[in-house]
Every structure is written in C-alpha cells, then in structure tokens.
Design a protein around this ligand. Structure first.
Ligand code: IVH
Length: 705
C-alpha cells in the first residue's frame, strides 16, 4: 500500500492506486473465498478496503466499476444491484416445425404488404443455450453488464462480465453508445472439468452447462466468476447512438470486427426452404459444436424492415427461434398425483422412476388432463392411437428445453397384468369440494374457490412471484408457512403482517430462520412494495388467462388502477363501449376479457381485491415514450386502403406513439385516417366533425412522411 496521505495524492496517483487496490483486494478475496487459503490478515485486508474507500471519497469520479466498494458480493445478502435496460431485452417466439417457419415468413410478408415472390432475406444462426447478457459501451469503453432479468430490469454483473476473455474492455470503431447483446455459455469440455473440480473439493456440481454458466456469472464474488470458463457470443444489440449497419449480417460482421465472438454458423437465407436447409445442417453439426444449442434463430436481414416490423409486447416480429425436437427417454410410471392450481385446475402429475433426459434427471412430468390420460385430445380424437396411461406403465418422457417434461407415449407390451385404468378424481383432493368440468374445458376444476387451501396457497405463491409483487424474503416457502400459521390467508394480509404479528414474528428466532433482523427486513421489503406499478398488480391478481404480457398491455391501455377498475365494471354485461374497448386491445381476446370481467365483478374476489388495493399506492403505467408525439392519447381510426403500410403496421406504429387505435368511429374519435375506398366510417366522421386525413397527411403528422 502506498504510504502517501490520501489528501496529498494527485489524480494520476489516485487512479493508479485505485487500480492496484482493486487488484490486491480482488486477489485477497480469491484466496479467501475460492482457495480457502487467506494470504493476508483480516486487519491488513480491512486497511486496504479503508484506504480504497478514502481515496474514492476524495475522487468520486475515479470510482472503478470493478472497485471493491462497488463490488457485487461485498454484502451477499444485498445481492446484485438492479439495472433498468435502456431498450428492453426480449425473448423470441418459437417455431417447432417447417410449417411454423413458412407461417413466420408469410406473416411477415402480410405485415409488410410484400408479395409472396418479393425478395426477402433472413439470417439463420444457432440458438445458444446459455443466458443473455447486455454489455454497455460508452465511447468504446465497457461501463456496464446486465443480465436480462424480467426484460425491463436485470442484475448488474459488470464486475463479473469483465472477467470473461470474450468480453473486451475496450472496442474501436463503435458508436458512442453501443449495447452489445449476446449469450454467455459454457463449453462441454469446460463444463465437465468444472464439475470434476467441484466434486474434488466437495462443492456443488451443475446439472448442465446452462446452469453452470448462470451459476458462474451470477456469483456475488467476481473472483469466482474469473475462475469459471465462461464464453460469450454476440448476436444482437440494444441502445445505439448510431446505426451499426444496414443489415443484420453486416451488423454482426461489424461486432466481430470490434472484437466480439460471433457464431460461425450464421448464414444468409433467401427463402424458408433455405432456412430449413440451414437448420438441417446445424442440427447435423450439433454434437460436434462443443457447446449446447437448442435450435436455430431466424432474423429478417434488412434492418429497416426489422424497424418496420417492430415488437409485440415481449417478442420481436422479425425473429423466431426454431427449436430442435425434444429429447426422449423411457421409464416406469410409479404414481399419478393430482395438484390443484391457483385457478382450481386439477393437474395430474406423473411420478416417475428417475431417468436422465437430455442431461437432466427427471422424476416428475405432466399428464395434462384426464382426456390425455385416457388417450383422447380436446376434440375427442384419439392420441397415442387411443392408448391410455396407467400407474405401473412403462412410459416415454419427453423434454424440450425449459418446458416441463411430459409423458408422450406408453409401451403396452410392458404393461403389468394388474394395471387398472386411471380414475380421475371428481372431488378436490385438497378441500373435498366438487371438481367439475365445464363444457368445452379440458380441465376439471375445484369449485371451492377461496375456501380451498390449495387454491389460496397457489394464489399467494403467484402473488409473491417474480413478475408480480416479488417481495424480498417472501417466497413460496414463506407464504406457505404463513398460510399454515393462519397469518396470511389472502394477499391483503401480507400488508397487515407487521401490524398483527410483528412482535410474534420477531420472537420466532428459532423457527425456519426467522429472527428479529430477518423479520424487520421482511417488513421493510413489504413496505417497499406498497408502491407498485399497475401491470404488476394486475398480473399478481392471478386472473385466469391474464398473464404477465396481457397484464402489461392492460396497464398500458388503461394507465391507472381507477380507469382499469371502472372499465372492468362497465364491461360487466359484455356489451357496450367499455367491453368493445377492452376487446379492441391488441392481444386481448374474448376468453381473456370474459375471465377478467367476471373476476373483477365477482363479489368475494372483489372484496379481497379491494382489501388489497387499500394498502397500495398503484403507480400509473409507463406509457410509451411519447413526449414528442403529436398523437399521444388520441383515438385514431384507420379505414379504407392504406398504400404505404399494412393495417397491422399502421396500428402498431400509432400505438407506439401513444395513440389508441379503435375500429369504430364515435364522438370520442380524434382522427380518422381514410384511404381509397373508405366508406361509412369516413362519412360518419365527417358528420360528427371528427378530423379526417389521408395516409400522407397522417405520416407527415407523425413525422414519418
Ligand atoms: S436474438 C430481440 N439470437 O434466446 C431478441 N437470441 O428465447 C434478440 N438466444 O433471450 C434475441 N441464441 O437469450 C438471439 N442467436 C441468438 C440466440 C438468442 C440464444 C437466446 C436469448 C433470448 C432467448 C429467447
């Protein structure tokens, strides 16, 4: 350590010393945590950290991203800090067969208004089975690395990412702001070595390379990540201050020239046939690549077209992942259990003699529903040629990527002589209420509603899950415990926990890890969540058919809880403008709308929701960034033929600018965009005195003329 007083250091000396301290403290951490062989005393270690802190206090602008004071992992309980992505990190929709791929191409042509024979190129490249990472470079210097998280907000893993050889600290010839996105993964040989090392030192081994990569990147101590053989392929980007290129292919080549690894199996394809041929080639090479891939990703090559195609709420329209077929194995079916979900659905679960499927040990698999067990599909048509499934059978297990394993087939030759047809429960195994199947529903549901403990617990688990309330320290295990204790019966009770049971909980020192400190942390975490975005609240309610994506759509559409609540009440009769408006939301169908409205108007459910809402300050939804948009908040109707874009595209673009697109003209309509052939809607608009303009005027208005 330099002996010079901190006050006497000049900037150059301070910078150099901070660098040295980062490396010395890093080495000491490594020796202590990874090698279990501390090489300096605690007192010396503390002195290094204090000096680092003192220099940083004097020169805050010199704080290094890998500084020991910034270091993720300094205080494990705090976990990683959160990073909001400047541009959301999305997932991909999936194709499973050739028809899905031709549909993808046809859908894009339809959206863009291209003829079937117009030229349209795609890239095709392996889908790497790892975890995605966003690397932010400012003026060519790596300033931040973040995991995907929920897409909007990820974890700050900058210090960890810096330890990867494939991630350059500095890059040349780059836009001032460049977020490079790609996949962190671990090769097969490195994975085997790592597990061997872990076994030798009695550490935890990993089930597959993807888990190993995720576990290694998300180490609170970056020095552990440094010892793990992680690699990175760049395949995409987030925020950019200037375009990278005109095509996907050129952009990838440019990232490669900057020093990133890009996948050598990336090809340009001019048709679905060429895409499928490349898929076949990659599939053939799969075993020789040395790392896991789980499919092929196709992307529209022309970046201007990607821009026009834009995004659905969580996936781009211009890309799709064509997954490899699932992996298969055979084993004995030991039992069938029934699980009751949060919406009361009775789901049969196969308990299996454990078997390895594609590198993962599987002991449970889904059997879907009673028809599936009996060998029939939803339309009563035979599946598995009508073969039913019985306890004691020799069954085929099927696993595709992350998807829950399922039972695909049964071998009748191995059926034990005494195996009996499975009889599906007609009562809920948890609460004894009748379990009924409504017309057209494949699933039998418990009618116990809020009195069914299984439904109540599953609802609570859903309520605290990551995309919902995500309360630190309150996971599935804890809500189950509180439910058993009778302390939390419904979501609102969580917010009364401290008032009712605070003292009791703090005394539970010896029980399941609760103590004064952890109880206080929990109450603080609960308080933090009293303020919460609208989309999360809607999702947390656990309404059937209303998933995370739909909840966010609803939140963006209605903006505030009050507007959402009023609209669902007004739509109760499933007729009238509020109902029409709900159905007009792109992504909300009849079934979802009915489920939403009936839950929001069902007396007991409503009372429970109202008790919850009374504890919350619900934040209005973030509307698209429409500060400069001349059409934000306006209701627009498109009618007649559009010549420069398709109807779908017009709607998506208008919505991105904060406008509401409606199918019918009323007094509330602000603008009608009328193309050739417009009929009654245009007439009605003129009668009502609504502004009518043609496509050119509209494009000029939104600055895209
Ligand atoms: S492109 C806008 N290309 O797959 C979407 N993703 O299932 C950009 N992935 O979250 C993604 N290999 O983590 C893209 N060659 C590839 C990929 C790839 C793996 C991952 C990525 C994404 C997930 C979606």
């Amino acid at each position: 350590m330099s002996g010079k007083a901190v006050d006497a250091l000049d900037e150059t000396e301070a910078r150099a010393e901070l660098e040295k301290l980062a490396s010395e403290i890093g080495a000491a951490n490594r020796a202590y945590h990874t090698e279990d062989a501390p090489d300096i005393s605690d007192a010396d270690y503390d002195a290094l950290k204090r000096r680092n802190a003192a220099i940083e206090a004097r020169f805050p602008h010199l704080v290094r991203a890998d500084s020991p004071s910034q270091k993720v992992g300094a205080a494990p309980a705090d976990g990683f800090s959160k990073v909001r992505h400047a541009v959301r990190m999305l997932s991909l929709s999936n194709a499973f067969d050739a028809e899905d791929v031709t549909d993808f191409d046809a859908g894009i042509r339809r959206y863009l208004g291209l003829e079937a024979d117009a030229a349209l190129d795609y890239t095709a490249e392996p889908k790497i089975d790892g975890l995605s990472l966003s690397l932010r470079y400012e003026n060519g210097v790596l300033v931040q690395a973040a995991t995907r998280g929920d897409g909007a907000e990820g974890e700050n893993v900058t210090a960890n990412a810096r330890t990867l050889d494939d991630i350059p600290e500095q890059i040349g010839d780059a836009p001032d702001v460049l977020e490079v996105r790609g996949e962190v993964y671990m090769g097969h040989a490195d994975f085997a070595d790592l597990n061997a090392r872990q076994t030798a030192r009695g550490g935890k081994t990993f089930a597959n390379p993807r888990n190993a990569a995720a576990g290694s990147l998300r180490q609170l101590d970056a020095s552990i990540t440094r010892d793990r053989p992680l690699k990175f392929f760049a395949y995409s980007w987030g925020e950019l201050s200037a375009p990278l290129a005109e095509t996907q292919m050129q952009a990838i080549a440019r990232l490669n020239a900057m020093g990133f690894q890009t996948n050598p199996w990336t090809a340009l394809c001019d048709s679905p046939d060429a895409m499928l041929a490349h898929y076949a080639q990659i599939e053939e090479q799969r075993a020789t690549l040395g790392y896991d891939i789980d499919g092929v990703v196709y992307k529209v090559n022309d970046l201007a077209l990607q821009e026009r195609l834009g995004f659905r709420s969580t996936t781009p329209r211009w890309a799709i992942a064509h997954k490899f077929p699932a992996e298969l194995a055979w084993t004995w079916l030991e039992a069938i259990d029934i699980q009751v979900g949060r919406t009361g659905a009775l789901s049969p679960v196969a308990r299996l003699q454990p078997v390895t499927v594609g590198g993962v040990v599987v002991s449970n698999a889904t059997l879907h529903n009673e028809d599936y067990i009996e060998g029939r599909d939803a339309n009563g048509q035979p599946i598995r040629e009508g073969r039913d499934i019985r306890v004691g059978d020799w069954v085929q297990v099927y696993r595709a990527g992350d998807v829950i394993p399922k039972i695909a087939d049964v071998d009748l030759a191995k059926r034990p002589a005494d195996a009996k047809p499975y009889v599906f429960a007609e009562r809920c195994p948890e609460c004894g209420s009748a379990a009924i199947r409504e017309d057209g529903d494949a699933v039998r549901r418990c009618t116990g509603g809020l009195i069914c403990p299984a439904q109540a617990v599953e609802k609570l688990k859903h309520f605290v899950s990551r995309a919902a309330f995500d309360i630190d320290g309150l996971g599935a295990k804890q809500v189950e415990q509180f439910y058993r204790d009778g302390w939390v019966k419904e979501p609102a009770d969580i917010f009364e926990l401290q008032a009712h049971y605070g003292a009791g909980l703090q005394q539970l020192k010896n029980r399941e890890g609760w103590g004064e400190k952890s109880a206080q942390n929990l109450f603080d975490a609960i308080d933090d969540r009293r303020r919460i975005p609208l989309g999360r609240v809607i999702f947390a309610l656990g309404i059937r058919h209303v998933g995370e994506q739909a909840s966010n759509l609803l939140a963006r559409h209605y903006g505030t809880w009050d507007a959402f609540e009023t609209a669902t009440q007004e739509a109760a009769d499933q007729i009238g403008p509020a109902w029409e408006d709900l159905l007009a939301i792109d992504g909300v169908g009849q079934v979802m709308a009915q489920s939403l409205v009936s839950t929001m108007t069902q007396e007991a459910e409503r009372a429970s929701i109202d008790r919850l809402v009374a504890h919350l300050q619900i934040e209005a939804a973030e509307l698209p960034d429409t500060d400069d948009s001349p059409v934000a908040g306006k209701t627009v109707v498109f009618t007649g033929t559009l010549e420069r874009m398709t109807r779908a595209e017009a709607k998506a673009r208008a919505e991105a600018l904060g406008a509401k697109v409606s199918g019918s003209v009323s007094k509330k309509t602000d603008i009608v965009v009328a193309g050739p052939g417009a009929g009654s809607k245009e007439t009605k608009a003129r009668d009502l005195g609504v502004t009518v303009m043609d496509e050119e005027a509209w494009l000029a208005l939104i600055g895209q003329g």
